[in-house]
Design a protein around this ligand. Structure first.
Ligand SMILES: [Zn+2]
Length: 126
């Protein structure tokens, strides 16, 4: 089960509810990543040149529990993005290299703030 910070987990629960009311089933795929896991993601994406981008180790919201990659059914990503942004998430569908499955709290936390407040003790399964 992916893990995220408890603040993120509460916002994500609202997102799942609102998406369900719009007919979208959302499931969490990838949340908190250790630096080592981030290095693997970078290596994998670099090797195959697909599957979106990955931030350098320590510079991803995934490294502090403030990002989540999801799957949705049906794949109405624009609808999902509108709901996510309405709740205050930053949506990866607007990144220059689109990652519509990605949401994070970059809308109100800088990566340095995310690093400073990160505490493994507050990670929750989603
Ligand atoms: Zn992501």
């Amino acid at each position: 089960m992916p893990r995220v910070d408890e603040l993120f987990a509460e916002m994500y629960a609202m997102l799942v509810d609102e998406a369900a009311r719009a007919g979208l089933a959302v499931s969490a795929r990838d949340g908190y990543r250790t630096f080592q896991e981030q290095a693997s993601v970078l290596k994998r994406r670099g090797q195959f040149g697909r599957g979106g981008t990955a931030a350098p180790v320590g510079r991803s919201y995934h490294n502090y529990g403030f990002a989540l990659d999801v799957a949705i059914t049906p794949a109405r990503w624009d609808r999902f993005g509108a709901i996510a942004e309405g709740l205050g998430f930053r949506w990866g569908g607007r990144f220059s290299k689109r990652e519509p499955w990605h949401i994070d709290l970059g809308s109100f936390l800088t990566i340095d703030e995310a690093r400073d407040i990160f505490d493994r003790a507050y990670l929750r399964e989603v």
